[in-house]
Design a binder for this molecule. Structure first.
Ligand code: NAP
Length: 517
């Protein structure tokens, strides 16, 4: 049995509590175990601040970027092993595992390359400076410096690999040591990746710590120079935000939480257009990819009334071809949800939605997964619902599984934007169409409600191409309102969270010398 440990103060340690098993969600067999309790988080944070922080801050952006590239290369060499662990502990098909593991490697490599454009300095200098006195000599110069604290990262169960490294890459590049904690139920892949990095001796001492199991009093120990980047449910986020570290000591916090992402079919994207095919492929793939457990997965499918019959028929046809089961078996195209708790939550969510929407296919009933032991595994059928007029819950309840709801609208761009807005803040929405006036009205109304808006116009529409659910390291990830109000990635923008902006005021020539301009 694999024992998941914590890596604190550059040492692998284990808690003293009872062992908790991590399960294979297809078979319910234990694949690893972890013990929480009695870990010295205060000591671990102090070590990271005093040993890891100075080591990173002594390096230039280019040198830190080289560490990211080495990590990307190393993890790529172990890709097959990591994909197997992902199937075992996350229930992912090979393609779904790649989405997580390759996403982690790609993000590390992208930030490694980005470092080469940031130069050999240790500070970001913003512009030429502002004249603040009556003469030209007295100026203000804004600089951004790494915060001399620790970046704590807490991740959700659905992306143990990508979640860990999409946060780690900008933090290390900015010059902050990282303490990372995956969700316990699916921690195996993240644990192995950190173990590989640690064993390879890539990072300076104190720069990477790992928490296996419960975070205990970790967050209570954060101080004003520390940061927390959290991904998870809105309920946990709300509790975390109220912690004294954030309310009294101004530790920084970035939240990525729930999101009711949408796909909108514009009236001109009818059958026969690329937009139509791309829309159908994107929606059906989003419902089933990672068994719908993507923060960016489409939950609301907004369709002109006149196209509703055709869309309904086409999506039911595609979803009926999905083979649900143990992804270790050949021919299975969608695995289970990750945990028994998720299964309960998805079933309850489908039942709640069905009070205002009719189930077109799937539903919350029991499913015997292909290749899974009888009655075992956390399987759900891909589920499509259709909202009744005036349905509200579909804009408020995120069912974190293979489930989406059709919502008819008149075809008016303003109405489509209002439906997007009813979700009160999303990570990403996509629109498929080509009518510029229509799109302009729609984008004007919908952009502020989304962290990212994908315009699937004819020239870039490609059913096999880039999908809205794919988070790209050079574009921001995060969303307003319900989605947590956070912002991650976005190329160099992703470093801002880990940097402190400071205005230097004084003699222009001296300031420029000091900051190396
Ligand atoms: P969760 O139950 O809120 O857990 C998230 C993380 O918080 C886990 O690592 C969990 O650790 C930890 N945690 C729980 N209680 C804590 C506490 N008191 N102090 C500190 N950490 C604590 O969420 P989940 O079920 O893993 O994830 C599903 C949710 O994440 C969905 O709502 C989804 O929308 C959201 N999500 C959002 C994004 C995004 O980028 N916006 C991405 C992925 C997922 P334990 O596992 O040890 O309890």
């Amino acid at each position: 049995m694999i024992r998941i440990k914590s890596f604190l103060c550059d040492t692998w340690v284990e808690g003293d509590g009872p062992a908790r098993s991590l399960l294979n969600p297809s078979t319910e067999e234990a694949v690893a175990e972890v013990r929480s309790g009695a870990l010295d988080f205060a000591g671990a944070l102090a070590h990271a601040r005093s040993v890891g922080g100075p080591a990173l801050r002594a390096m230039s952006f280019v040198e830190r970027g080289a560490l990211l590239k080495q990590m990307a290369d190393l993890l790529n060499q172990h890709r097959d092993e990591l994909l197997d662990l992902s199937t075992a502990n996350n229930g992912t098909t090979r393609g779904d595992g790649k989405f997580d593991v390759d996403g982690a490697i790609f993000t590390l490599a992208t930030y490694g390359r980005l470092a080469d454009t940031l130069g050999n300095g240790r500070l970001f200098v913003e512009g030429e400076g502002e004249r603040v006195g009556s003469g030209a000599r007295y100026v203000g110069l804004h600089v951004r410096a790494p915060r001399p604290g620790v970046a704590v990262h807490i991740n959700a169960f659905n992306f143990p690999a990508w979640g860990t490294f999409e946060k780690l890459a900008p933090a290390l590049l900015a010059g902050m040591p990282v303490v990372t904690k995956p969700a316990t139920a699916t921690a195996l892949v993240a644990f192995r990746m950190v173990e590989l990095v640690v064993n390879a001796g890539i990072l300076p001492r104190g720069t990477l710590s790992f928490v296996g199991g419960s975070p205990g009093d970790l967050l209570d120990q954060l101080g004003g120079m520390d940061c927390l980047a959290f991904t998870g449910s809105a309920d946990t986020a709300a509790m975390i935000r109220s912690g004294k570290a954030f309310t009294h000591r101004s530790a920084r916090v970035n939240i990525e939480a729930d999101s009711l992402n949408a796909a909108v079919l514009a009236p001109d994207a009818g059958p026969g257009t690329n937009g139509w095919d791309t829309f159908l492929t994107a929606v059906s793939r989003d419902i089933t990819q990672k068994t719908g457990q993507k923060c960016t997965a489409v939950r609301r499918v907004i369709v002109p009334e006149e196209r509703l019959d055709e869309v309904r028929e086409a999506l039911i046809d595609r979803l009926s071809k999905v083979v649900v089961g143990n992804p270790a078996e050949k021919g299975v195209t969608m695995g289970p949800v990750a945990t028994a708790e998720q299964l309960r939550s998805v079933r309850a969510g489908i039942e709640a939605l069905s009070a205002e929407a009719r189930v077109l296919c799937g539903g919350g009933g029991a499913v015997q997964g292909q290749g899974a032991p009888d009655g075992k595994g956390y399987f759900v059928a891909p589920t499509l619902l259709e909202a009744q007029p005036g349905a509200r819950l579909v804009h408020n309840l995120e069912v974190f599984g293979p489930c989406a709801t059709l919502i008819p609208y008149s075809g008016d761009a303003g109405e489509a934007a209002c439906l997007i807005a009813a979700g009160e803040g999303s990570l990403v929405s996509a629109v498929y169409g080509d009518d510029r006036d229509w799109l302009s009205t729609f984008v004007g109304g919908a952009a502020a409600y989304n962290g990212r808006l994908v315009i699937g116009s004819e020239k870039v529409a490609d059913p096999q191409g880039m999908q809205p659910g794919m988070v790209l390291p050079n574009l921001i990830h995060g969303g307003p309102g319900r989605a947590g109000g956070g912002e991650e990635l976005g190329g160099a923008r992703g470093l801002d969270f880990y940097l402190q902006r400071s205005a230097l005021q004084g003699d222009s020539a001296l300031l420029k010398k000091l900051v190396g301009v």
